[in-house]
Design a protein around this ligand. Sequence first.
Ligand code: SF4
Length: 417
Amino acid sequence: MKQSVTQERVEFTKAMKGEYTILAPDIFPMHMKLLEKVFALYGYKLDVLHYQGKKVIDTGLRYVHNDMCYPAICSIGQQLYALQCGDYDPHKVALIQFQTGGGCRASNYIKLLRKALNNMGMGYVPVISLSFSGMEKNSGFKLTPTMLYKGVMSVVYGDMLMLLRNQIKPYEVNAGETEDKVNKWVDILIGQFEHNKGLVGKGIMRNLRAIAEDFYNIERVSDIKTRVGIVGEIYVKYSPFGNNNLEKFLESQDCEVMVPGVLGFVQYCFHNVSMDYKLYGMNRYSRHVNRFAEKQAAKMEKRVISVLKEYPDLICPSTFEELTSLGDKVIDRGVKMGEGWLLPAEMVELIEKGFNNIVCAQPFGCLPNHIVGKGVIRTLKDLYPYSNVCPIDYDAGATKVNQENRIKLMLAVAREQ
Ligand code: SF4
């Protein structure tokens, strides 16, 4: 007999807003430090989960089919583990999932999460979806324009902090000083957001300049470290749980790490709508809206870049426009499943900025990212003979030791070069 899995959606109501804790998986560790506090400004208690380890993966595997994407197993596993481990009262929490709304399986994570909750007998836990392609209605959760804007600014400042942290920390003389500056600036920025400051024109520029100067003044040694870039599927690229603490591991191997910013991915999502219009004649109105959003994001990005350019010994990211031309050298912009053309574009950018060694982090069995990751290595080698790209698969069955050994091999090649 065919079983129905449809079940009525549990709404996040107004009454829940004050009482419930919203649990989010840790996708963008730096940016979510700010986002957590932006939510608090609007009366929501958001907790970003940092559970890791076999017990969390096992929880994910128990309720999500092992054929599903590894990011789904990790992010849903973290949320379900939080409900089971006793740290939270399941009757006082809601779960949140971030979705791009694209054509890939990530657009279905929300359904997987609801199905898993039903199977656990916790179908009463509300699930909020945050998606680029429209949100479900919840009377207790409203993304107001100012909250959304502060969320976007968290991405802008988060990118700036991540970029500076990655370039300064490996060389700091006093251990811990760079991380202290990150925390200091998260507090300052949230204090400003609370009073609607640091959000437009001069206020943004003043902050960006002060942040850059503050990090730049950290006392550093003049060593030269092995430079390694990280690209990949959005979850395993950024989430320490998804990539077995890849950044920490590279730092322990005496490397300077560069991870392209989240704002590039945001612009990529907007840009893809224009591609849909160009290639398939899809929705003209949606294209206008997305082009407008893309332009606004580009303006923000230019501000970050203009400030970083004042420091010639710091590496400054390319604009999104430049990224599109870099990607055109390798792949067509019609390739937009998963991270699509953005992934090879970021690899080209990293190589041209001196990060010849690249870890391409991909979930095992993620077809779209294997095509644009592993699939372009030959072309990259032809264009840049010194490129040293190491694709690493992340999966519940993959061992950390294996992954680290492959990265060590890549580093050995890098040091020889
Ligand atoms: S990009 Fe890969 S991991 Fe992400 S949803 Fe698509 S198939 Fe899954």
